[in-house]
Design a protein around this ligand. Structure first.
Ligand code: ZN
Length: 182
């Protein structure tokens, strides 16, 4: 499990072994159900138990701004700041030739379709500033600049810093201080 070291893993395993069998079965069942029910939103590719996610369905949210992130975890992190009122687009990763991830493995075609159809006034790229993240940001910038204004969030984070580990204030400031992509 990501983010769980050997000590925590052992603690969790021992905790589960001490619980009554009925509880362990309920937990296992809950995991299976979650896996069965949760898929990806057909519009933005965020995790969702419905065909279209809650954020895309919410008519109070601003349709003119789309924030592009690598992963659903980033949507959750940005939602916690309560700064962003637009819609999202989840790429499903970043371009990383070493890991065999090219542009075609990401939801880029859907993004281009969405941008050319919905004509948002701004697309904000909120991708962690790692080497792969930078490549991805520049690639997407080239791809959608013909359609709309493209900005990127200003990272007050060290290079390589992960979006999901940024605290809410830092993330809110990064969003506020976004600038247009050259
Ligand atoms: Zn959605």
């Amino acid at each position: 499990m990501p983010g769980v070291g050997p000590k925590t893993a052992q603690r969790l395993a021992l905790h589960i072994l001490k619980r009554p069998e009925s509880e362990v079965e309920a937990l296992a069942q809950a995991l299976v159900e979650a896996k069965k029910q949760i898929g990806l939103c057909s519009v933005c590719f965020h995790l969702s138990s419905e065909p279209v996610c809650e954020i895309c369905r919410n008519s109070n949210r601003d349709n003119t701004t789309i924030c592009v992130v690598a992963d659903s975890r980033d949507v959750i992190a940005l939602e916690k700041t309560r700064e962003f009122k637009g819609k999202y687009h989840v790429l499903g990763g970043v371009i990383s030739p070493i890991d065999g991830i090219g542009p075609e493995q990401l939801t880029l075609q859907a993004l281009v379709r969405r941008v050319s159809k919905d004509k948002p006034t701004e697309v904000i790229l909120a991708i962690s500033p790692s080497v792969e993240g930078e490549t991805t940001t520049l690639y997407i910038g080239q791809l959608i600049k013909p359609f709309t204004k493209v900005t990127r969030i200003a990272f007050g984070l060290p290079v390589g810093g992960d979006l999901e580990y940024a605290d809410e204030v830092t993330l809110a400031r990064a969003l506020e201080g976004r600038r247009e992509l050259d």
